[in-house]
Design a protein around this ligand. Sequence first.
Ligand SMILES: *Cc1c(COP(=O)(O)O)cnc(C)c1O
Length: 493
Amino acid sequence: MNKEYYGKLIFEQSVPGRTGFSLPTDSYTANLSDLPQTLLRGESPRLPEVDEPSLVRHYTNLSTNNFGVDTGFYPLGSCTMKYNPKINDEIAADPVVAALHPSQPDYTVQGALKAYHTLQSMLSEIGGMAEFTLNPYAGAHGELTGLMVIHAYHDARSDTRRNKVIVPDSAHGTNPASANVAGYKIVEVKSLPDGTVDIDDLRGKLDDTVAAMMMTNPNTTGMFEKNIPQIAAMVHEAGALMYYDGANLNPMLGVARPGDMGFDVMHINLHKTFSTPHGGGGPGSGPVGVRAGLEEFLPNPRVVYDEEADLYTVVTDSPDALGRISAWLGNYTVELKALAYILSLGTENLALIGPMATLNANYIKDSLKDDYLLPIEGRCKHEFVFDGLRDKSTGVTTLNVAKRLLDFGFHAPTIYFPLLFHESLMIEPTETESRETLDRFIDVMKRIAREAAETPQTVIDAPHNTPVTHPDDTEAALHPVVKWSDLQPSATL
Ligand SMILES: *Cc1c(COP(=O)(O)O)cnc(C)c1O
């Protein structure tokens, strides 16, 4: 980042009369005089007047202000910000794919439908489910779709008293939100001090008004819920279904399958686990899988393969299916990136993702637990949570640590989530980082802990090197300044 250019808006660099282009004067003025006077504007538009180098530098510098996984380590817990191989983007951007129209007759897009169907089958194999729909656009959208499937299942059995969904207090915020949008009341179940579900609390909350229990495993603190078989048996006994939030499937790949644990419905975030760069709200894909017996409720349209005729067909009228939950068959290019990712890794390497993500997380956790407070001991999976610095006397908070990391070119971990601890600092390194990157991160985290003890103000005043240092978070949320005219109230464009 070139500091000289930062902070000067393109309008502030404007010099009257300066241009960054030249047009052929003759034809330009000739054409202009052909236009009727009534169509000509009275005064010139208020555009910045800059030379070409200033313009190019302005936008090039702006483009490097953003932090991304392509520019640095991004250990954001619960988000799986792994590196995404560029080959997947290239395949998805190929004109052969990008120029397809969703309403093309099936016989003209057999290859595209085969890719779709292949991904459906592979996700079913990975999740231990009978069938997947790829239609939902995101994790939360998948949750909603999955809960609608569960609703349809109970309705089909005329079991209409079920109006509650049980959600652990450590769950991702989208879980209760989706259940609410699906028309359910939320019942919260407590976590034990080790972050796992309190089975006694759950027992008291199960009855014939519960439609489903939503769970994340490994849970939000990165711990594996060992009691899933028992929980699933209790939930099924009460006539409810088990929903698996598989947004971050990383730690499970090659290790365990939700379907084998007793889950009935699940979603996967292709944009986290299966290689689509994400952030800022898109693009995403949240396929939903169901166990045998629930396939009929999955939404339309769906891709069906006729083996005898070797033909793929888009079916839009399965009678028991949910209606459309997306414009067509979902975010096709995201689906294609996932397929390219799975095929390029192959079974053997795919099965290394879980163990590698787990190894990396434990390596960081064990290297830092003398400096940072580890509230939950033991082997974590793909992520873990510190409760701030171990030394609580320094006055240095998790927010300060997160901001100081920016000075060293690291994205901050997730902070103040989960809500189980006051100073949560949630770290997920993913499987794609080298030993050297992890070591550099560990060194910097140790250095920050040392600074907190010796020169706390250095950490409290951080960041020192970023273009923007200390925005007023509340003011920025309430009155965001997002355009030039917000800064210059008198300016009109
Ligand atoms: C990211 C995430 C979600 C939501 O996924 P979106 O695609 O952002 O809607 C749900 N649950 C968990 C555990 C997640 O990490």
